[in-house]
Design a protein around this ligand. Sequence first.
Ligand SMILES: [Zn+2]
Length: 682
Amino acid sequence: MVRSMPAFDRRTFLTSLAAGVAAAAVGPGALSESEPHRASAAGQSTLSRDLAVPAYTPLPLGAVRPTGWLARQLRLQADGLTGHLDQFWPDVADSQWFGGKAEGWERAPYWLDGAIPLAWTLDDAPLKARIATYVNFIVDHQRADGWYAPYPEDAVRKRYDMWAILLANKALVQYHDATGDARVLAAVRKSLGAIAGGLDRTPLYNWGKFRWYEGLVSVFYVYERTQDPGLLDLARKLRAQGVDFEALFATDDLSVPTPRRGLWRWTKHGVNTAMATKASALSWRLDQRASDRAWSTAMIAFLDRYHGQATGMFSADECLSGKSPLQGSELCSVVEFMYSLETLFSVFGDPLFGDRLEKIAFNALPATLAPDMWSHQYDQQVNQAQCTINPDARWSTNGPESNLFGLEPNYGCCTSNLHQGWPKFASHLWMRTPDAGVALAAYAPSRATFDSRGVAVTLSLDTDYPFRDTLALTVAPERPVHFPVVLRVPAWATGATVRIGTEAAIPMAPGTMHRLERVWSGRVEMAIHFPMAPVIVERYNGAVAIERGPLVYALEIGESHTRVNADKPHRELPHGDFEVRPTTPWNYGLVSDGDGVTGLAFEERPLGARPFSPDGAGMVATARARTIPSWQIDAGWAAEIATPDSASADPSRRVTNEPEQTVALLPYGCTNIRITEFPRLT
Ligand SMILES: [Zn+2]
């Protein structure tokens, strides 16, 4: 099966979205009500005073616990950089937020924003205790006028950027959600009061102006618990002073890739862009503007069309940089896009946001983190033949160390911000429906508890998905209770079924939310099957990529690691920097038989202790390929692949007389170096 390029353009996205709503899932006969998926109407009918209720609401932090491979992954993270950054990296360990003398702006709040959901999702007592100390310090040192301690005494008179305070409050409300500590809720409310006054004197500018909607996260959280109408005035003030992204995209030509050594621009900044994909969803909760709902899909479709990558990300290194698989996606933009998609799914309930979330979580996120979770890249490449210190690199504006694995390659933002990726993914897997039920936003092994009409319900999902296509879902209420269980059916899952107990399997329509509504009693076991058919996707310059289910597959390349920068501060192992070079050929084209790839086959493997590593991959593939001798390293990277009929790159990079052989492919997220977009050899 071949999909034409662009794989996910605006029209495709909107058409499939409309089809998904039109084909809204209906329940299985007598077990369920045949009613449309509620998300399409949510908000029109479910208003809490002035703030629309989301289609699905995340469960309180700590209600979802990881099991299986997800528990191993989060434990790797807690035993790796996240669980130790506050003990040795000055910008967190000696942060002004915690009474120190180092950085006092975004870095400690960034770390808290990921460390808090990690600690409470894992129930890691030592990490929880350290975080409590830090949060208590922030609250204890808040000034009487509401400003947090790192801000200068003359903050009320001096112009300063509000961004880090918006970020800190977003982290602090998670702490309140997990602990119920009333002092923290009061501190955030007081801070929001100070911000409201501050905005009258100094309107948003720079980071705060491009990230205004991050403030709405804490504003809405406090509003839902206090019903203070002044908070919605603050939300509208932030929106009025912030960037209108729909207007920006309509007037600024953001489709053009930023040239090498091009001009760094606020409007083309990749992390801002990833964060801003949720601005419309948060804005929609204020006044339910139809334009906000439409823009939430149109903005992502625009990014796919002009900057989309095989992983579901868009390139920006660090400004928007086009569709070439050599351009980079910054780690901050990966974790921010994930959080945006969690928010978009929550607010609008459209299953396509869940599909995209899984694609990024299972591919782009683990690929750019070392398997031991101690080092990371700044920029990842879809075709990444090697990761070296490279002064010739053709990033738009980033530096020569940007695809190195290390402690703080290129710049330390990702070092402090990477932590939210896996923990927020875990805490957003299960969500509450407006009618006392539960919905599955994304799938990974986990357990959750929630309360339905006063009855405690335990839920569990046992699976090696995405490395397997079967999932065992158990619903166990304390006593019989009626509620819906709503399953996201991925758009790729043709032939999806769910079987309840020993009953007949029920078909589920791909790209819908499938509603199972009944009186749940005892322990009910369900078997879900999402068949995964291989898909060949046509991409940049006529190259092809291989997908199967939510996973993208890439060439397995032997790798050698070289330690570098050992003389730089804080690079003592295990948090050192290293280059990765190939030890086996990478310059393969895939042999094509018509529409497909010759000899493409998949084989299950036991899932390893490090599920996202070359050795731990739970699924591998093979395909027929030939090396292309003229396709070599150029300026430190795999050379650009030639189009079949253009002189834009050397056409000999598609010509080969080398013998055909079988090559191994790994899930993209399990690779450190890789080729993902292959020349097609016919
Ligand atoms: Zn970053």
